[in-house]
Structure formats: C-alpha cells, structure tokens
Design a binder for this molecule. Sequence first.
Ligand code: GAL
Length: 726
Amino acid sequence: MKSKWVLLFLMIFQLGFQIMHCSVTYDNKAIVINGERRILISGSIHYTRSTPEMWEDLVKKAKDGGLDVIDTYVFWNVHEPSPGNYNFEGRYDLVRFLKTVQKAGMYVHLRIGPYVCAEWNFGGFPVWLKYVPGISFRTDNEPFKRAMKGFTEKIVNLMKSAKMFESQGGPIILSQVENEYGSVGKAYGGDGLNYMKWAANMAVGLGTGVPWVMCKEDDAPDPIINTCNGFYCDEFSPNKPYKPTLWTEAWSGWFTEFGGPVYERPVQDLAFGVARFIQKGGSFVNYYMYHGGTNFGRSSGGPFITTTYDYDAPIDEYGLIRQPKYGHLKELHTVIKQCEPALVSVDPVITTLGSLQQAHVFSPDSRPCAAFLSNYDPNNIAKVTFNNKHYTLSPWSISILPDCNNVAFNTAQVGVESTQLEMLVSDSKMFSWETFTEDLTVSDEGSMFTATGLLEQINVTRDTSDYLWYTTSVDIDSSESFLRGGELPKLLVQSSGHVLHVFINGEHSGSGFGSRKHRKVTYKENINLRAGSNKIALLSVAMGLPNIGGHYEEWETGVLGPVALYGLNQGKRDLSWANWTYQAGLKGEAMNIISSNARSSIKWMQDSLITQKPPPLTWHKAYFNAPDGDEPLALDMKSMGKGEAWVNGQSIGRYWTTFANGDCQGCHYAGTYRPLTCQIGCGQPTQRWYHVPRSWLKSTNNLLVLFEELGGDPSMVSLVKRSMVQ
Ligand code: GAL
C-alpha cells in the first residue's frame, strides 16, 4: 500500500519535472520548443577553430547578428587521441563552449556525427580507428559500429551529466547523427542502408529528449528529420509530411585549398537563398559557416585544405564582423522574426505576379499577415501589383512585407555600409633570427627502421608527423657512361601524395607537389650520381588526411612506387624492392625544437653569420614582443615557401604561399540554381597571413619557430594587425 503512494508521488513528481523543464519536439511546420513553433536562425561556429578566449565574443556577435542557435560539429579525433584517452581541455572544452552559448541565451545544434567531413583531418575520425582489426568506415561493420556507438554515447553522456540538453534545461535543441550519408549509403547498397538504420536507432536509443537530424539523407527513418545542405534549399522537402523543413548548411561562402582561389559569396545572393527558403515554409536555417576560423596545427583535412577556414563568413577568421555581409543578414533576421507568428501558423498561399514573379502570403486568421514578393529574373527589375499596390522588385531578389503592405527588406538592396578588413603593419619586430638545418643524414634519433620495399606513409607515421623519410643507397659502377660525359640518369619516383622532396647525396635535387584533386606526385628528373655508393633520400609530406569520399580510410599516402633509375648502362634499375630505411618525423621534431625547453644540443646559427640563402628543410627561430592594442594578429609569410609555424610551442598551422592558379572568372548572376560564389585572388598566394591568437602570447619574448621546406627568407616575416578600415 505504502509503495503505491510512493509510486504515485514519483509519477506526479516526474510529471511536474517534465512541465517545469523544457521539451523539444517538432511538427510539419517547425521545431517546437516548450510548446511553441519557432523560426530559428542558426550559425556554425566550430569550437576547435578558435580559442576559448574568443568564444564569448564570437557568440555575442552571433546573438547580436540575430541568431538563435549555434551549430557545431563534435570532433572525435581531438577528444579521443588514443583509444579510451579523452581530452576535453582548452580549445576542446566542448561543455565550456556550450555553456558560453547558453549564457548568451542561445540554443545549440550539436552535430555529433561522429563522421563530420568539415575539411577536418580524416573527417573527424581518429587515425587509430583505421587500425582497429577488421574495420570498415561508415558501413554495416561491427568494429566500426562498436567504436561509433562508444563515442556517440560518450558525448551524449557528457552532455547529460552537464545538463546540456533542452529536456534538462540546457541549450541543445537538436542533434545530428552521421553527416550527408545519403549518396554514400546508396553506393554501399544494402550494407549502407542497414548501417544508416542502425545509426538512426542507436542515436534515438540514447534518449536525449531532443530531436535528431540526418542531413542529406532522404531515407532517414522516423523520428529522425532529414535536412538539406546547399547553396540553395528551396526545392527541398522532408521525407514525411509531418516533419519540418530544415536547412542545416546554408553555405555562406566556401573553403579554400592551397593553390586554389579564394571564394566569396555575395550577401545579396545568400539573403535571397534564405528568404526563398523561408517563403516556401522552411523554419530553420543554419549558416555554414557563421564564423569559419582557423585550422590550427595539423587539423585540416582534404588533403591540401588551407590553415585559414575563413569561408567568407559573416564573422571573419579573426573574429571581426565582415560588412556588409553581417549587417545585411542581421536586417534579414529581424524582418523574418517580425513575420514569425504568421510563418509558423499557416502554409503560404502562392500567387503569380508575372512570368518570373510570385507572392507567398502567410495570412493566419488571428495574427498579422506576412508576404514575400519574389523576382527570379536575374537581370531585370519587375514592376508588379500586389493587393492593389505597385511594387518594384530588384532583379534576383525577394521583398519581405511583415504586414503584407510595406516592404521592410529587400534581399538585393544592401543598406549596410561596407568595411574593409586589412592587415596593418605592427610595431613588433622579430629579433635575433637563428637557423638550424635539418640533418639529412638519417640519424638514430626518433624511430628508424629498415624494410624491403616501399611502405604506405600513414601506416608508418600513424599521422604523428607530416613527414616520412624513405632512404636507400645505390651503388654506381665507375664504368657508367654518364660518369664520362654521357647523359645523366633519370630518377623516377611515384608517390600517392601529397608532396615530395628528393635529395641525392644530401643535396636537394627537386620537389613535386600534388593538389586536392590530384594528390599523386610523379617525379622524373636527371640526377647527379657518383661512382660508388649514393644516397637517395625521399621526404614525403602529408598535407592532411582525406575527409570525404567512399572508404577514404583506404586511400594511400606516400611513396608507393615505382621508384627506378633510368639511363644506366644496364638500362632501368628498379629500386621499388630495395632495402629502404624509414624515419617518421623530422630530427627537429624529435628534439622538440619548437619549444623553449628544446634540447640544448641543437646547434642554432645566428642568421647574421650566414651569408648564403638557407637550404631547403631549415628551422628558423626568432623572438618578438606582443604588439600593442587588442587587434587580432597574423604572421605575414609572403617571403616564405612552405612548412609549419609554432608560437610559444603551439602550432599555428601549416603554411604554404603557393599561388592560386584557379580560374578567377569573377562573379556574375547566371540565372537560377547556379551557386553564386565569386573566385578571387588568382596569381597571389592562396594564403599569405596566418592567425596568431592573442591569448597565445606573453607581452615579451615570444618564441616563433618555423620549419621551412623550400628555402624561404624569414627576415621578411612580420606580425600584422587585422584591422577594420572604414
Ligand atoms: C558539406 C559537409 C560539411 C563541409 C561542407 C563544405 O557537404 O557536410 O562538413 O564539408 O560540405 O565546406
């Protein structure tokens, strides 16, 4: 009897708890938070791509820009660097980031994945995952599913214990499992479908109390909501009539790759895309990216994704507001919010105003009416009549009338003033440059071993370094005709990627470079050999692991051959099956050269004593004081070639000043359904400036270390201030 009362009490308590606490559901029109349908504007800000010191300001700017939600992926590889060892510190402090969002009164869309794509190293998967016996990524494979479930659970439990779900009073209103699996799954056939259903069930089974989404997955099973990603999403509908229409990636610009152009997406077109989606009944838009940020360290994927992930986002890489993009979108959000009561209440009534003009009218019984007047003609203004009133519509634009009468906003008419974001010279000087040349004679430092034949790079390095040395020796007979003036022999090296430097007897003999689309490198050049023993040393450089593509975990990196000499008396000599000595990483890396506690055995040379141009593979270091003021900082690396840079022991990323050789065709409105991005910067380095977070600096005596592969000139490297110029 007593236990009955206890049970009743518990039930009442639980009910009260549920009422007191929030809930998130959905219906055909919108995400429903605490019983209210909402039109939600969201923006992607990835916590790993900025510093904790920047988070509050970024989130505040997002809030001021009219955003309700911050969207982030969760990056498995930074959180579980080795199986069972977790890291949620510093830049990886996910809970702190979410609490920052919560404090600003905003919601979170947590895209757990754990496959995330995102131009992030290995698409977010830890490299050790590839070496789990019998594993096959993103398909109906037990070892993979076990690991994926383990990490997803880990994150959900972490969120629950920090009370992060809205069902617990926290900020998370939505979560994502997998990422754009639709087309991949189809290619994997039945296994793909089984895996996708398993992933959906697994996620729902975790009982988060908030809805799950799967983006670009038309088959997403109930109750998971399938969502759209793209430059436009107004042709998208969810797979069931009772699900809302959500746009999880509205691309605000595009990412950059070394050697490629820089992309810009004009805000007029972005605003047009968003308004077009909302007028159709869409109720959630997430800008990918709202702040793109920086791929610090070796976190970028691709390969060949740049260190900057600026994305032409409304908040730039450095955390500054980009105008007019930010302001024009802010105005759009304000007007959409004015229409919210009408938008969530009824479906639009669509009328034709002209051959390429329409009106979408939301006219609920008891709430004010809202209208969207659209002109899809990319070139001509249109004069239309709506509700007996005349309106002039700009080409390729939507006018929003929150009262069905007055135009409060037109997507093509930008009233916000533009600002220029520029790099200004700072007062900070680099002093006492010193140089240390990477030792080319393979030493017993680090891990060195010999094997017959050529090994795949990541199998050897496990991605602990970008660099792998392949070294062999070749005996040349004194009777070779090239030693008496004949034609020099040729060395052929075929590499699966990504960059290759060739050294013959300690001399740099040439290099080969892949690109994001063509990762493979073929080197075929005459080389200087001498009678007797010759050393061939190949330095293979990885430029980030792939983050997209069918079974990308199987893609190979490094010198896989053939390697052969041509033009000897005997003709061709195949070296592919010779004995090769391997060393993962550079000598400087093994000596911890980047740190102020580096081994004292490193013999640095004062640059003032060096008269020659530095050879390839040289370490440089200098000290500098933090510049005055609080503007964000960057290193101007124009005079350098390619390598990696560290400030006070922390990697600011890979650098490469290779020129953008894309087709900068400018931008033009080319009619409907053409993603409108402009390509710029051809003939200039894709990335010249590299973000140095202020919070990484002391006021004096900061240590800058560069590893330069190509022989750049560090004396011209300087610190600049990212500044807004009116
Ligand atoms: C999407 C993907 C994102 C990102 C984007 C391009 O397809 O879901 O993670 O890679 O493309 O920036």
